[in-house]
Design a protein around this ligand. Structure first.
Ligand SMILES: Cc1cc2nc3c(=O)[nH]c(=O)nc-3n(C[C@H](O)[C@H](O)[C@H](O)COP(=O)(O)OP(=O)(O)OC[C@H]3O[C@@H](n4cnc5c(N)ncnc54)[C@H](O)[C@@H]3O)c2cc1C
Length: 300
């Protein structure tokens, strides 16, 4: 990592929020629902599907978890009213999983009912491995409410291929991602090529089971490998889509995928809790700071 990047990573988290806001801007689609929906409309106009996420996690207050739950239900209503091509992604710990399983279930059921009523899809994000079993349990219980629901599965976890073998069938819908949390070497691969190989094995296994997969990655080599396999094996386009995070620079790759007839969905995080999320993104790709600084005066 060059000196400028390591300086940015060390410094930005300690600066006042007003100063860090320009660094956050590329990754967060606004603080309010209005701003987020406007950005989703723009993405839709450019051929992208979207999934909205209200930023935040590890809620320890029941009333706050309830409040987030009703914000998600309202969001489904707004998506429907404004005819946007957009689903919703929810972190279980944001709606109470750190308080209790039953609280998270009650809230996830409310969100699932709203998704069903409005004929939309619900994605359950996957968090750290201590929550994996409970997250699958939430998925399986909410499947009684709507079949239009899916989860995320992390390629860095040793268990994930087996989870697919157990869970996947023609109704199963999972986002495959590498995984973003710090995990112990007893449960997760740390070697990049092991993670990539597991990602590919998971993608192949899901196709065999007739499931739908979202390939969530910005790794251009992995996208090449996926495309190579998709084209060689003639994998039907109805069985997968590509997914990336809002604001991560992809150098025209996503537009190319759309032009080639593939579906691309952008994960669009928003909300007042933008700070921690943006700092994580910046640490993953400090190069973004250069773009931000270049545009600093134009943006603000
Ligand atoms: C749509 C979507 C949903 C996700 N959902 C989950 C989830 O539910 N649970 C979970 O654990 N993880 C989730 N992730 C995160 C994922 O697990 C990875 O940690 C993250 O995407 C980095 O892996 P990568 O495959 O992009 O490859 P990498 O090899 O890590 O990255 C490839 C290149 O892309 C750039 N890049 C990658 N990620 C970012 C970023 N976030 N910000 C800026 N630049 C970046 C870097 O410059 C890097 O060189 C999700 C990712 C995406 C795209």
């Amino acid at each position: 990592m060059n000196l400028f990047n390591s300086f940015i990573i060390k410094t930005v988290p300690h600066l006042p929020k007003w100063f860090t806001k320009p660094f956050a801007k590329p990754y967060v689609a606004g603080e309010t629902t209005e701003e987020a929906l406007k950005n989703v409309a723009k993405l839709n106009q450019n051929g992208f599907k979207a999934t909205l996420d209200i930023l935040g996690e590890h809620v320890i207050s029941s009333s706050f978890a309830k409040n987030i739950t009703s914000q998600y239900c309202n969001l489904y209503q707004r998506i429907s009213d404004e005819k946007l091509n957009c689903t919703i992604s929810v972190k279980p710990s944001h709606i109470g999983l750190n308080i209790s399983y039953s609280e998270a279930l009650e809230n996830m059921e409310l969100i699932s009912k709203k998704a069903k009523d409005l004929d939309n899809f619900l994605r359950i994000d996957m968090e750290s491995s201590d929550l994996t079993d409970q997250t699958f349990k939430l998925l399986n219980e909410c499947k009684y409410i709507t079949k239009n629901i899916g989860v995320a599965i992390q390629a860095y976890l040793f268990r994930s291929l087996e989870d697919i073998n157990t869970l996947a069938d023609s109704d199963f819908n999972a986002r495959i991602c590498k995984g973003i949390y710090k995990e112990d070497s007893s449960v997760a691969f740390s070697d990049r090529s092991d993670i990539k190989n597991n990602f590919m094995s998971m993608a192949k296994s899901m196709v065999k089971k007739g499931s739908f997969a979202g390939y969530a990655t910005h790794d251009q080599e992995l996208i090449d490998e996926l495309l190579n396999w998709i084209q060689t094996e003639k994998i039907p386009k109805e069985q997968f889509e590509f997914q990336t995070l809002y604001g991560v620079p992809m150098n025209g790759r996503l537009e190319n995928l759309i032009n080639e007839g593939y579906t691309v969905r952008i994960y669009v995080p928003f909300g007042p809790d933008w700070f921690d999320y943006s700092i994580r993104r910046l640490k993953e790709n400090p190069d973004i700071a250069k773009y931000v600084l270049k545009n600093f005066f134009r943006n603000e």
